[in-house]
Design a protein around this ligand. Sequence first.
Ligand code: SF4
Length: 359
Amino acid sequence: MLTVKDLVPSLLSWYRAEARPLPWRSPLSPYRVWVSEIMLQQTRIEAVIPYFERFMNELPTVQALAAVSDERLMKLWEGLGYYNRARNLKKAAIQICEQHGGELPADYDALHALAGFGDYTAGAVASIAFGIPVPAVDGNVLRVVARLKADFDDVMTTATRRRHTETARAWLPPDAPGDFNAALMELGERVCLPNTMPRCEQCPFKTVCEGHKQQVAVLLPVRRAKTKRRVEYRTIFVITTDEDVPRVLLRKRPAKGLLAGLWELPQAETDDASAAVSEIRSAYSADVRETRTIGDGVHMFSHVEWRMQGILLRTTYFPAPSDHVWATLQDVHARYALPTAFRPFSRLLPILLEKEEIP
Ligand code: SF4
């Protein structure tokens, strides 16, 4: 009787025929594989492509990444979210320059020791960039393995993940570990789809897949209920000046905690609009000419949900306090990274700053 391992060559043939021409696949280099793998965590492929291309144009080498300013790095990452990924990229680039002569090490353990490298990233870079036979198990691979085995154990537990990792290791062909890992991920993205009926008719494993045979694939993988997000109410301020070239006040967030060290629109931790306006007016001693509501927004972080209301304050110029800056629209566009959480209001800046052209 055929097994999954017997059909690995069919998976590889499918992958080599179907693999999309993604920018990090050609030219292939350890640096490009690494940056793409970090960007692809929590982000869809289509969304990553323009970020990856811009990043590679500006930071084509490990050395360039190690030397980039934090501010520029955040700007290049703006919109991708999970900014610690970018900070760890730079930290690891510095480690690579200091400890490995500027080249990513061709060794799983040495990769694993770098900032931001967990089991998955070390496995993906080791196998895809260096041909080292180790598994790379992300959410797609967990789903495929759970379905192939009709395994109903909770994939959020370490024990189940370990078991699925060992299963993937047992299937790994020593002569093509990178293609195998990439193929399982691609199969998960394009055929063994999440949260819907998988396209089993197109799958190279359909004759050996227990989930398909038992007609339970759509129920898998099992994930325990997520912990509920804490809801926080915020009032977000777009504070603008009435100068010839209007500017908006940005504030730098604290170096630790949520969105650490990033620029933000000033905010008050309340949904009481009049209390929030009083708090901000006295914090900045601002001479306010106009106060207007500018809509609501919601943003989900992993453990927190912000429910936000936006308020425009048009003021006369006052000196920006420390950790603040007055920015023109062009500055916001070119220099200061505003996290996606503020998008419901930052997208209004071209209008609120009197339709200054974005270059
Ligand atoms: Fe997924 Fe269906 Fe393939 Fe099984 S046969 S791995 S359920 S797509």
